[in-house]
Design a binder for this molecule. Structure first.
Ligand SMILES: Cc1ncc(COP(=O)(O)O)c(C=O)c1O
Length: 391
């Protein structure tokens, strides 16, 4: 039996995904709701994680720590072997998460009232964090193409012309699962250079590649001439988000120094001892586990696409990357509120409503398929039951 087939009871484990649905979906009792929303997998990480943490726990003292050269070497080796990206360890700044990193980057390089651009649909903190810091968010829609999206350079240039100070990119893209091509990234970088705009590239989904290789934004032509800050992390890849670990990569020395000063201003001391331990474990021993995971996810996606596409009015593609699928139900004509109410009450399944990712997401649902196949089958049946109830 595949390691990934095993079902683990996660309720009452203080899991955001399983134990916070009452609050998130405004329900009285979510006991029977199957969660397929937040990007958190129902799989244990590689055994090396628990083994390394257990080993560390044998030492009874948990004093201040730091990411030593073993941790940094493991990170550098991982990105070099998997993505042909050579990261200079001197350009890494550790952060407790990518969202905190995004907040720090925005705070460091933009001021109150500055405009920050992004294409929608977009991961919600891309617009929530700047808004909370009193920055103005300017969006343009991605262009729909063959059931997926491409960057729309006409509308993109308009927001650059409107005077944005920073552009936030998701590479690979959440929620649509797109791996941007080297050409698209090069055009975007060229725009950033032309308009003197900072480029924040969130690459947290980089390792979850279903059927395409990804291009790290910092490796495209002229990246060294642009003001690019990338965010990477092992937390999506290995399902260790609760351990809190992420990295900013800023090869431009002036940008790196400014981010370091911001960290100092907030007393941000970097990683905790368990994050260092887990990070070293996954990046030195996690490759085989990840290869198996990717095959498992591909199979789950093929199953989900086949079943969901058979429902009238539903259309869904297998994404290039991520373990998320972006379901288009616009052809059913069902309103989002009605769809969400019925998914929760009739199907008893929790998906993300598309407008959580901006108005461009209206008529879409995001489903997380990173769960044992039996759980996915259950989820798909719940979605089918919901859709049937409209007839
Ligand atoms: C694009 C993207 N960035 C960041 C995060 C969260 O990062 P973290 O948990 O490290 O703050 C997610 C989680 O789903 C994500 O999809």
């Amino acid at each position: 039996m595949s390691f990934f087939n095993e079902i683990h009871e996660r309720r009452r484990s203080a899991s955001l995904k399983w134990d916070m649905m009452n609050e998130v979906y405004n329900l009285e009792d979510a006991t029977n709701i199957l969660p397929m929303w937040v990007a958190d997998m129902d799989f244990p990480p590689p055994a090396a994680v628990s083994e390394a943490l257990a080993e560390r726990l044998k030492h009874p003292i948990f004093g201040y720590t730091f990411a030593n050269s073993d941790v940094k070497d493991a990170i550098v080796h991982w990105y070099h072997t998997r993505h042909h990206w050579h990261i200079d360890p001197q350009t890494i700044l550790f952060q407790p998460g990518v969202v905190p990193a995004i907040a720090a980057i925005i705070e460091t390089f933009t001021s109150i009232g500055d405009k920050i651009g992004m294409s929608t649909p977009a991961y919600p903190p891309f617009f929530n964090v700047p808004a909370a810091q009193n920055r103005e968010v300017i969006t343009c829609n991605l262009t729909e193409q063959n059931g997926g999206y491409t960057l729309n350079f006409d509308t993109l240039e308009e927001i650059f012309r409107a005077g944005i100070k920073m552009f936030i990119l998701c590479n690979p893209h959440n929620p649509a699962g797109i791996v941007w091509s080297r050409e698209e990234l090069e055009r975007l970088v060229a725009l950033c250079i032309q308009y003197d705009v900072y480029l924040l590239s969130d690459e947290i989904h980089a390792d979850i590649l279903i059927h395409k290789a990804y291009t790290p934004t910092l490796t495209v032509s002229n990246a060294d001439k642009a003001k690019i800050i990338a965010c990477i992390a092992p937390t999506k890849t290995f399902n260790i988000a609760g351990i809190h670990a992420a990295m900013i990569v800023a090869p431009n020395k002036a940008l790196y120094t400014a981010l370091e000063e911001n960290a100092q201003a907030h007393g941000n001391l970097g990683l905790n001892i368990f994050a260092c331990t887990a990070m070293k474990a996954v990046y030195t021993e996690g490759a085989a586990w990840l290869d198996e995971l990717l095959l498992y996810l591909k199979n789950n996606m093929e199953y989900a696409a086949q079943e969901l596409n058979a429902i009238e009015g539903i259309s869904v593609n297998i994404p290039d990357a991520t373990y998320l699928m972006w379901i288009d139900y616009r052809a059913t004509g069902i309103e989002e509120k009605e769809m969400m109410d019925r998914l929760l009450s009739v199907g008893q399944v929790a998906l993300d409503p598309g407008t959580k990712y901006g108005e461009a997401g209206r008529g879409f649902l995001r489903i997380n398929v990173a769960c044992p196949l039996d759980t996915l089958k259950d989820g798909v049946e719940r979605i089918k039951r919901t859709l049937k109830s409209f007839h």
